[in-house]
Design a protein around this ligand. Structure first.
Ligand code: AMP
Ligand code: MN
Ligand code: MN
Length: 350
């Protein structure tokens, strides 16, 4: 069995939801009374899987007749430009306006309650709390769990639940779920790209969505300023061959000042790691994105020699075996030093 980004998963401990789990989740939706308030929440700094699975599922709930329906995420209510066309964006409300005590809260793509930021309290105040996720490191927060570490994206779980709720796929739902699926499989390049992933993609494409248009908007369009910014940030990348017991580390950083100089929003840096991780000489890639004077959002990737989720977890974050992240405090050099120190202990030996 393989998980997100090629993670080879051990046996039954990481098995996906049981029939009882699915039945409980279906019942939680079916028993909602008329006028019930449902709140959908995805992780902070949402990516394509977080927003796509949440909005796709939200549109499905709307088709089921749920009228009091909100979708939200912690932090500033800013949707990254490449995702600003997604169907269902009208469901979004700022975190401050989210129902304080919904009848049902559904969480998407968050491995831990901390990823829900200021909205984590809804897990206690809501009548019921359902968690849809695919992180092997999921902490088991919430009450009802549909967590499948073998799923390539949270949208795989969302689509199955919609199917069990007898919601037919339409082009709007499919566009959301397709964005989620392509985001987390690296456009069907990662090991998690199983036959089932392609079968799901086929069901989504059969609704008439246009994969060329979607991919161009989500992955292949950025402002010229971002192109120049990438040039500068890639130009200062460092190759550290002895790191990770000789498997190599390539890293770079982008400051808030870099963003200001090129007149860019932080989301443009999300794809930077993809340009860094292609370095042949390094197994591990790292990008430090400044989010405060002494605060960095750190992205880590590995090609297979290092379990970067262990590095990220040791430093307060999480993620998947070959794609993980955390928030680093202090100077870039200090944060990098901490990462470097964790790499040797995170080597994959078997
Ligand atoms: P990113 O590098 O931001 O694309 O994140 C890669 C993966 O790492 C995500 O799918 C998350 O599962 C995880 N991740 C990133 N940042 C954090 C964080 N601060 N805390 C926990 N998990 C994180
Ligand atoms: Mn995500
Ligand atoms: Mn995901």
């Amino acid at each position: 069995m393989t998980g997100p980004t090629g993670d080879v998963l051990p046996g039954p401990a990481l098995a996906g939801p049981t029939e009882a789990d699915w039945a409980a989740a279906v019942a939680a939706v079916r028993r909602l009374p008329t006028g019930a308030r449902v709140l959908l929440v995805c992780h902070v700094n949402p990516d394509g899987d977080a927003l796509g699975s949440m909005l796709g599922f939200g549109l499905g709930l709307r088709r089921l007749g749920v009228r009091q329906l909100q979708a939200t995420f912690p932090g500033p209510p800013e949707v990254p430009e490449p995702l600003r066309w997604l169907p269902g964006l009208d469901l979004l409300v700022p975190a401050a306006e989210a129902y304080p005590d919904p009848d049902l809260v559904v969480c998407f793509d968050a491995a831990s309650a901390s990823r829900l930021g200021e909205l984590a309290d809804r897990l206690d105040t809501a009548g019921e709390a359902l968690v849809l996720d695919h992180h092997a490191s999921n902490t088991g927060f919430g009450r009802l769990h549909l967590v499948d570490p073998g799923a390539a994206a949270t949208s795989v779980v969302a689509e199955e639940l919609l199917g069990r709720l007898d919601v037919p796929l339409d082009a709007e739902i499919a566009a959301c779920l397709y964005v989620a699926l392509t985001t987390d499989t690296g456009s069907f390049r990662f090991e998690a790209t199983t036959p089932a992933v392609h079968q799901l993609a086929a069901r989504l494409l059969a609704t008439g969505i246009r994969p060329g248009d979607i991919s161009r908007q989500v992955f292949d369009t950025r402002p010229f300023g971002a192109v120049r910014l990438f040039g500068e940030v890639l130009g200062r990348a460092v190759l550290d061959c002895p790191a990770a017991a000789g498997h190599g580390l390539v890293w770079t950083y982008a400051t808030m000042d870099d963003l200001v100089r090129h007149d860019q929003r932080p989301y443009v840096l999300e794809s930077l790691i993809d340009s860094v991780r292609c370095t042949a000489e390094a197994d591990v890639a790292c990008v430090l994105k400044q989010v405060g004077p002494e605060e960095w959002a750190v992205s880590l990737r590995s090609k297979g020699a290092v379990d970067v989720s262990r590095v990220a977890m040791a430093l307060g974050g999480g993620g998947h075996r070959f794609a993980a992240g955390f928030t680093g405090l202090g100077s870039a050099q200090k944060v990098l030093g901490r990462i470097r120190a964790e790499l040797d202990g995170a080597l994959i030996t078997s």
